[in-house]
Design a protein around this ligand. Structure first.
Ligand code: MG
Length: 341
């Protein structure tokens, strides 16, 4: 027998932004190789996470996906959904709101998670004490001590994610000093689960380096880029058949639902979606070919390939709950698709 460590991971009930919570369950197995169905349900004190009253405090954790935890011996990360004792999904269980269409229509998602690493003083790492570095311009995809801060953290996080089997497809330094991005691709809910686990690893890495992972979409006011979670999406019909009328028909429904989508695309997003710094205005929905100032960008490759491929929703904020974003996109696309086809 060996003792295996299972880190159960869930989202709490804080508003407007939920936090990641996690705790370790040790289970003895002769051997264990990542099988989901061998893991038990568990529970936690919901009165400590804004998810229950003290008088009836138990919230149930149901394992839904397992990953290797490369930083712990015999370690695994267990993504869990939250349930009430009567078996219904907890109201904060946003993953359970994603409709089955994500499987029927074979949705793929690619998230671009931007974030800022901060000193304890609330300044991005690399910013001089009490002042500002030279204006943004040289920092995006930069190399060299004068233009880059925090690369060791990013490298360590990337290695951990890859060893865990997450669908990370790249990393880069972003437009503001101390701001970085990783990209994460996968089918349906796996993409969102990967993103949550990648965030978890980044938080844990930040503990070792004593920096703060800041997911606020506009952490530094003024002429500094905010952070987004651009969401690239495709589904079978768009990948294989597509068509200009079809895609524009789908986007017409995105326009109608613009405000509903934004309500689930993260908090404080109005500070970021100003129409400046490669964003579209919060007030008005727009789309455009290759347009990084639009709500939705249609890549040139998609147009050149007879309007087949993917689109990029540029509205989600860096602090968005990926399950809420996936849920909105899947239901809007499925509804539009059923009208158009
Ligand atoms: Mg970016």
């Amino acid at each position: 027998m060996a003792a295996y460590k299972f880190e159960y991971l869930w989202l709490d009930g804080y508003k407007p932004i939920s936090n990641l919570r996690a705790k370790t369950k040790v289970i003895e197995f002769d051997e264990y190789d990542g099988e989901l169905d061998r893991l038990p349900d568990w529970n936690f004190d919901g009165s400590s996470t804004h998810q229950a009253e003290g008088s009836s405090s138990e919230v149930i954790l149901k394992p839904v996906r397992v990953y290797n935890d490369p930083e712990r011996e015999n370690g695994y990360i267990v993504v869990a959904e939250t349930y009430n004792p009567d078996g219904t999904p907890h109201e904060t269980n946003t993953r359970a709101t994603v409709k089955a269409d994500h499987e029927n229509m074979d949705f793929w998602f690619g998230f671009e998670q931007e974030y800022v690493l901060m000193e304890g003083s609330g300044r991005p790492i690399g910013f001089p004490d009490g002042g500002y570095p030279e204006p943004q311009g040289p920092y995006y995809c930069a190399v060299g001590y004068q233009h880059v801060a925090g690369r060791d953290i990013i490298e360590e996080h990337l290695d951990t994610c890859l060893a865990a089997g997450l669908g990370i497809t790249g990393v880069n330094a972003e437009v503001m000093l101390g701001q970085w991005e990783f990209q994460c691709f996968g089918k349906g809910l796996k993409a969102a689960d990967d993103l949550m686990v990648a965030r978890y690893f980044l938080f844990r890495t930040s503990e070792r380096y004593q920096v703060q992972l800041e997911l606020h979409p506009k952490p530094i006011k003024g002429d500094w880029n905010g952070s987004g979670m651009h969401t690239n999406v495709s589904w079978t019909h768009l990948r294989d058949i597509g068509g200009e009328d079809y895609l524009k028909g789908v986007l017409a429904d995105f326009e109608v639902k613009h405000k509903e989508h934004l309500s689930d695309y993260g908090a404080f997003n109005e500070e970021r979606l100003t129409g400046k710094h490669e964003t579209a205005s919060m007030e008005k929905f727009s789309y455009g070919v290759a347009d990084r100032g639009a709500s939705i960008r249609i890549p040139i490759f998609t147009v050149q390939d007879d309007w087949k491929g993917y689109i990029e929703d540029r509205r989600p904020a860096s602090n968005a709950d990926p399950y809420k974003v996936v849920s909105r996109i899947v239901s809007t696309v499925a509804e539009a698709h059923n009208k158009l086809i």
